[in-house]
Design a protein around this ligand. Structure first.
Ligand code: NDP
Ligand code: MG
Length: 334
């Protein structure tokens, strides 16, 4: 079933006229959503942790950051734009007791509400408005007069008025200029996790690592392996982005296209597809969420170990060296 998509004319910004929007966290999404809403004429307050760079950034941008408790108490719509892994704790310690009936609790990713880490009190609807792009793009597109496509969803039992306020909010951040797709908390959360695990982060990283190591083990120079298996991926993804698989295939050589059809399915084979189904099952039944929440409660020891291990890969060492020679790529090291 094709999605329902809303545009500027479907949304009424005046619904927000007498509302105060509290943005919790002035990070990637927070700084963009807060400024776009303010530029759209909305009443916006923000909260940040005193003494942090983003607190100073909020001040520099003309906000007077409040404590979380104070911002929640003053806000009618409370948009939680804190790191996902701390939202549950911050909610219980600093948000829950300051909500009033009629408030709307918002997020830009459904993980904590969908998996029960945030359980709003009676009388408080939940609403998701999520730009499908990073915060800096949400801000820069808005300033240019455009907007990043976004998602909207309301929680169980939420009113039609909450949905209309969500569309107004989406208009305020520029989302309806790009189109706002109606979804559910479950669909947003589950597809987001699946995408990042199977394709965007997990799938692609592991594909690159395995291919690089195969070439190096076979005696090819690591620099050659780096260019073939990682660097050139950007050129291919840019073609996907502009015109899908078909445009990529139109642009590459016939030899590459033939290899794609005949060898690709041997890499992503039935076993891979079965594993994808298993991963989707673990997302849907909450197993992944439980694992990640417990990992964080324990101080994230496994997570930190994975990070250390992968930073030391030969792929990464070769890459650092090669990127330092490519002045045009805006190389980043963290
Ligand atoms: P960031 O980490 O960029 O920003 C979070 C901000 O919250 C930081 O400034 C952080 O400060 C601050 N913060 C941390 N703890 C507290 C606290 N107790 N009280 C007040 N402020 C605090 O997060 P994102 O913007 O990336 O993510 C926010 C939400 O948006 C998440 O739910 C995410 O899934 C969602 N989202 C993100 C997208 C993205 O591209 N980034 C895209 C779509 C959705 P400090 O830096 O000092 O820790
Ligand atoms: Mg994501």
């Amino acid at each position: 079933m094709p999605a329902t998509i809303y545009y500027d004319n479907d949304a009424d910004l005046s619904l927000l006229k007498d509302k105060t929007i509290a943005i919790l966290g002035f990070g990637s999404q927070g700084h963009a959503q807060a400024q776009n809403l303010r530029d759209s004429g909305c009443n916006v307050i923000v909260s940040e942790l005193p003494g942090t760079p983003n607190y100073d950034l909020a001040k520099k941008n003309g906000f007077e950051p409040l404590s979380t408790e104070e911002a929640v108490a003053q806000g009618d719509l409370i948009q939680i734009l804190l790191p996902d892994e701390i939202q549950g704790d911050v909610y219980r310690a600093r948000i829950r007791d300051h909500l009033s009936p009629g408030n709307i609790l918002m997020c830009s990713h459904g993980f904590n509400i969908h998996f029960g880490q945030i359980e709003p009190p009676p009388g408080v609807d939940t609403l998701l408005v999520a730009p499908k792009g990073p915060g800096h793009l949400v801000r820069s597109e808005f300033v240019k007069g455009g907007g990043v496509p976004s998602l909207i969803a309301v929680g169980d039992g939420a009113s039609r008025e909450t949905f209309a306020l969500g569309l107004a909010y989406a208009k305020g951040i520029g989302g309806t200029r790009g189109g706002v797709i109606e979804t559910t908390f479950a669909e947003e959360t589950e597809t987001d996790l699946f995408g990042e695990q199977v394709v965007l982060c997990g799938g692609v990283s592991e594909l690159v690592k395995a291919a690089f190591e195969t070439l190096v083990e076979a005696g090819y120079q690591p620099e050659m392996a780096y260019f073939e298996c990682l660097h050139e991926l950007k050129l291919i993804v840019d073609l996907f982005y502009q015109g899908g698989l078909n445009y990529m295939r139109y642009s590459v050589s016939n030899t590459a296209e033939y290899g794609d059809y005949t060898r690709g399915p041997r890499i992503i084979n039935q076993e891979t597809r079965d594993e994808m189904k298993k991963i989707l099952g673990e997302i849907r039944n909450g197993e992944f969420a439980r694992e990640w929440i417990l990992e964080n409660k324990a101080g994230a020891p496994a997570f930190k170990a994975y990070r250390r291990r992968d930073r030391e890969l030969e792929l990464e060492e070769v890459g650092r060296r090669l990127r330092s020679l490519m002045s045009w790529i805006d190389a980043k090291e963290v």
